[in-house]
Design a protein around this ligand. Structure first.
Ligand SMILES: C[S@@+](CC[C@H](N)C(=O)[O-])C[C@H]1O[C@@H](n2cnc3c(N)ncnc32)[C@H](O)[C@@H]1O
Length: 341
């Protein structure tokens, strides 16, 4: 993997016999979906005030050049459109950035490498290689019984002292009073508690209710890992309004509108899944109208949540270990803890 070369190499084809039994990714990878992911990236960078949940000083510490050492390396697992790779490469031009995804995309840039492969086949080829491993909105697409081992594999990709950041959508919808909303039911009475966002998400993943809260799975997996420096473990929970300004939320109207468009586009991307599951087209059409009313804040005003969890790999031989203490643990950002769990 050399810096300065674009390499669209495939590590293990999705179509090999070994992967035929692996669960498929249910969203498309067309230009429209890439636009949606780029919009979602804007949501992340607005709520996080940057590309990562930690401060610039903390990130600089992880990605600083060490004399006599090769340039710091960054891996983005499930990189999608590659927008995060491009932006981190711009912010840290001395680093080598590698994006990894099961679906091909346009070349990223001359300085950024994209490798094709399936995370469910293991990441052994990356073990011990990276100073920063980033994985955003991928884990929620991994079956819950496989998430723990994927997280462990991500930890293994770190060099000693390297930083892992896992971020995702929280998949829980709350009302204006921060109370979790159940999935809406068909023919519900006006005023009955229930969210169409929760309903269409559950329908897309064929589940109700959600079987596990991902951010707890992530932090538990990191807490139980001997390879992780426990003092550096941190979490953040971000609350964002959907289709309204969220009251006094910072950049509330801007975030609310971006999230509304993101979720409506995601619904449209899920449409073939609903039809494949035998849901009649007119029902899908009805759900869309009900979702639209909710996401515009007409039938109810909702918030959704995003979470991030990070930690550094143990580095027993380095005085960098003490620097771990400047990492902010449990940085709760403007959101209530899950009322459900
Ligand atoms: C919702 S997108 C997020 C993209 C990007 N991380 C972002 O935040 O903009 C999820 C990405 O993960 C990729 N993905 C899902 N399952 C994967 C797997 N098993 N192996 C590799 N990539 C996977 C998908 O192809 C898709 O590009």
């Amino acid at each position: 993997m050399s810096e300065g070369i674009f390499l669209n190499a495939r590590i293990g084809s999705d179509k090999t016999a070994a992967t035929q039994d692996l669960p498929a990714y249910i969203l498309p990878s067309d230009a429209h979906e890439m636009d949606r992911l780029n919009l979602q990236h804007r949501i992340w960078s607005t709520i996080m005030h940057g590309l990562c949940p930690i401060s610039k000083d903390e990130l600089d510490l992880v990605l600083h050049s060490k004399s006599g050492h090769p340039s710091p390396k960054i891996l983005d697992v499930g990189c999608g459109s590659g927008i995060w790779c491009l932006e981190i490469a711009k912010e840290y031009p001395h680093t080598t950035v590698v994006g990894f995804d099961r679906t091909p995309s346009k070349p990223l840039s001359e300085r950024t490498t994209k490798l094709l492969g399936n995370v469910l086949q293991g990441l052994k080829q990356f073990h011990g290689e990276f100073d920063l491993v980033h994985c955003r909105v991928v884990m929620s697409h991994i079956k819950s019984d496989m998430q723990k081992s994927v997280i462990q594999d991500l930890v293994c990709c770190l060099r000693p002292g390297g930083l892992l950041i896992i971020s995702d959508w929280d998949e829980i919808t709350v009302d204006e009073d921060d109370v979790m909303l159940p999935a809406a039911k068909d023919n519900s009475e006006p005023g009955e508690r229930g969210s169409w966002l929760a309903r269409v998400t559950n329908e897309a993943y064929a589940r109700d209710p959600i079987d596990s809260v991902l951010r707890f799975i992530v932090s538990d997996a990191l807490k139980n890992s001997d390879s992780v420096d426990q003092e550096t473990l941190g979490t953040a929970l971000y609350l964002s309004p959907v289709g309204w300004d969220g009251g006094d939320a910072e950049h509330g109207a801007y975030i609310g509108e971006m999230v509304r468009i993101d979720f409506m586009d995601a619904f449209d991307a899920f449409k073939p899944i609903y039809l494949k599951r035998g849901i009649p087209e007119h029902v899908v059409h009805e759900w869309r109208a009900l979702l639209d009313k909710e996401l515009r804040g007409i039938s109810r005003r909702i918030f959704t949540r995003w979470h991030s969890t990070w930690a550094r790999a143990r580095d027993l031989n380095s005085d960098l270990r003490t620097a771990g203490s400047i990492f902010s643990p449990d940085l709760a950002v403007g959101g209530p803890e899950s009322p459900a769990q």
